[in-house]
Design a protein around this ligand. Structure first.
Ligand SMILES: Nc1ncnc2c1ncn2[C@@H]1O[C@H](COP(=O)(O)OP(=O)(O)O)[C@@H](O)[C@H]1O
Ligand SMILES: [Mg+2]
Length: 305
């Protein structure tokens, strides 16, 4: 449906988006996962037409978006990373301005404003000035402002950063509902938990490059291990750690050890080794790795700063 082919964007000498090619399918929620500075916002702004790529092409249903056709742009809605609202106006007045920009008028506009406010639980605050809103309320309003014209594709650029848990949940539930109803969503985030929960396919980006793309299972399958074993740091003796090292990767983080067995090393062998060092199995928990491990494996860096 939406196609990026070799899209590149530079700011001076810095290559912010470096030859990204991908295709977003109709009705999917596609995640763009990467740390700060990866090029997510630049990619979003290129798709939304706020910036022009230095190279490559972006097309929607086979028609070039870069050519700047206004009718094609109407098919897109962008929720920008930084809240873009008039703080001296009410929620209702803000939505009226956004709706009119998209050519909505009269009863239709009023109905869509009512629907938008209800969808993110702001109906009873509709006449209050946005400057009196919490960060989470402003984020919710920012989200529905991008949907008033009923775009075919919603671009959500880190919509939950700095948001309280209640608003975050409201945003998530609303996006999940929109997704179930068939809206195509591109969701950028540096939180792997969000990408895991919301997105059917995920692209991993860093330094402007797309490092991998796939479903969660496909991405996890790129790891050379299938399970991670965790145990408290104080439960492990130096001889055990030394015996373990040849069989995988042992790391210490947040007062806990984490062992990632090499592909050929069986969990049963691990537990036998632990027993022989007087360490009972109950000290250990084994779990499926996360996207964090995939990111580390592919880029050599951590997602978290
Ligand atoms: N307007 C700009 N001028 C110069 N450099 C920019 C500008 N916007 C972003 N950058 C740089 O481009 C890179 C990608 O930024 P951005 O797309 O905002 O990443 P992300 O959204 O993943 O954090 C970063 O190194 C950032 O500092
Ligand atoms: Mg950004």
């Amino acid at each position: 449906m939406l196609q990026l082919a070799n899209v590149t964007k530079r700011y001076g000498n810095l290559v912010a988006v470096d030859g990204i090619s991908l295709e977003i399918r109709r009705g999917e929620c596609f995640g763009l996962l990467g740390p700060n500075g990866a090029g997510k916002s630049t990619t979003m702004s290129l798709i939304a037409g706020l910036r022009v790529p230095d190279a490559g092409s972006i097309s929607l249903d086979g028609q070039s978006l870069v050519a700047g056709r206004a009718d094609l742009r109407l098919a897109l809605g962008l929720v920008p990373q930084h809240v873009a609202l008039y703080t001296e106006l009410s929620a209702e007045q803000n939505l009226r301005i956004f709706g009119e920009l998209y050519g909505l008028r009269g009863a239709e506009l009023r109905a869509r404003i009512d629907e938008a406010l209800a969808a993110v639980q702001l109906t009873d605050r509709r006449r209050d000035l946005v400057k009196t809103y919490s960060g989470g309320m402003a984020r919710r309003l920012n989200l529905v402002a991008a949907l008033l014209h009923r775009p075919k594709v919603l671009l959500c650029d880190e919509p939950t950063v700095g948001v309280d848990p209640q608003s975050r949940n409201a945003i998530f539930e609303y996006l999940e509902r929109l997704s179930r109803e068939g809206l195509t969503i591109i969701y950028s985030t540096h939180y792997m938990e969000e990408a895991t929960r919301l997105c059917s396919r995920i692209g991993i980006v860093d330094h402007g490059k797309l490092h991998a793309l796939g479903t969660l299972d496909e991405l996890l399958a790129r790891l050379p291990f299938e399970e991670e074993i965790r145990f408290p740091a104080d439960a492990v003796t130096a001889p055990f750690a030394a015996a373990l090292r040849p069989h995988g990767e042992l790391t210490t983080a947040e007062n806990a050890h984490r062992f990632r067995p090499a592909a050929a090393y069986k969990l049963s062998a691990f537990f036998a080794l632990a027993e022989s060092h007087g360490l009972p199995g109950r000290l250990f928990t084994s779990q499926r790795p996360t996207l964090e491990a995939v990111f580390l494996h592919l880029t050599g860096r951590s997602l978290r700063e």
